[in-house]
Design a protein. Structure first.
Ligand code: SF4
Length: 282
């Protein structure tokens, strides 16, 4: 089982306040009591992975390292990883993460990107890139995702090389910002999409105040499945399963361009989608 924990839904970047992506849910930071209570109540669910990320910047939560340490106390088998926009990443934080046995840091960098040494000096983006370079010397398992899908293959190679010489070999190009905001429309037109979502089925998104919701795209709380403080995690998971089995679709899902909804690349979902496209175009 995979949990996504919203350590906070506050972010130093302005995406939450743009008209299209305005976050209407109450904003806040998860406190240690809420986190420990969630872990206590979920400990019998066979958790394999906990991701700190979602609608806010996890590094804004001052207790984030304590959360990771607490996971280790519960079970050394649970992998914890963290998604960040990189703005608050520092060698000091990386050191504490390495000590806490965090498995992986995924830095999703938002545009505009300037991966050329001459333009980096003195710029805000340059400082982030320099910090990431220092962090990579301390924390080995770091992955960079540039949220800028329109780059050509040649540009992507230059960018990958830029990071490689700074000690980072895992470099990807995605269509989502760290908070999940999608910046590229999916190739499959609306109306031709499979009714269920792999992300909804496979991951469980817990907000900073302990609510189970569909995913990071729920900006208003309209998909709330339940409150982990009141209902048992097992009954909420069962409720989610019933929603999936009925192929129920939330209104926000109709316009969702998140590619994770189709599951892993090249998987059965892709084949199904292609088949639907062929059938509907003939
Ligand atoms: S389709 Fe999109 S909005 Fe709906 S649950 Fe999946 S990821 Fe979230």
């Amino acid at each position: 089982m995979k949990l996504t924990i919203e350590a906070t839904n506050i972010c130093p970047l302005p995406c939450h306040d743009s008209d299209k992506n305005r976050l209407l849910r109450e904003r806040g930071v998860m406190d240690t009591n809420t986190f420990k209570s969630i872990m206590e109540r979920c400990k019998n669910l066979d958790i394999q992975e906990i991701k700190f990320g979602g609608s806010g910047e996890a590094l804004l939560n001052p207790d984030i390292t304590d959360f990771i340490n607490h996971i280790n106390l519960i079970s050394s088998k649970i992998k914890s990883f963290l998604v960040t926009n990189g703005t608050l990443l520092s060698p000091k934080i990386a050191e504490s993460f390495a000590k806490a046995n965090l498995k992986n840091i995924e830095v999703i960098l938002s545009p505009p990107h300037v991966p050329l040494t001459t333009t980096l000096r003195g710029s805000a983006k340059g400082r982030i890139y320099e910090n990431i370079t220092l962090v990579a010397k301390i924390f080995q398992n770091i992955k960079i995702v540039h949220a800028l899908p329109q780059w050509s293959d040649e540009q992507r190679q230059i960018v990958s090389q830029f990071w490689r010489i700074r000690g980072i070999s895992k470099v990807f190009f995605g269509s989502r910002l760290a908070c999940g905001v999608v910046i590229k429309k999916h190739e499959t037109p609306l109306g031709l999409r499979p009714p269920t979502c792999a992300l909804f089925r496979g991951e469980h998104y817990i907000t900073w105040n302990g609510k189970l919701i569909s995913c990071c795209h729920d900006r208003s709380g309209e998909t709330e499945i339940g409150d982990l403080d009141i209902e048992s995690p097992a009954s909420l998971i069962e409720k989610k399963k019933r929603i999936t089995d009925r192929q129920f679709f939330y209104p926000i899902c109709y316009e969702c361009d998140d590619d994770r909804r189709y599951g892993s690349k090249g998987g059965i979902q892709k084949v199904v989608r292609q088949a639907i496209n062929i059938l509907t175009s003939s």
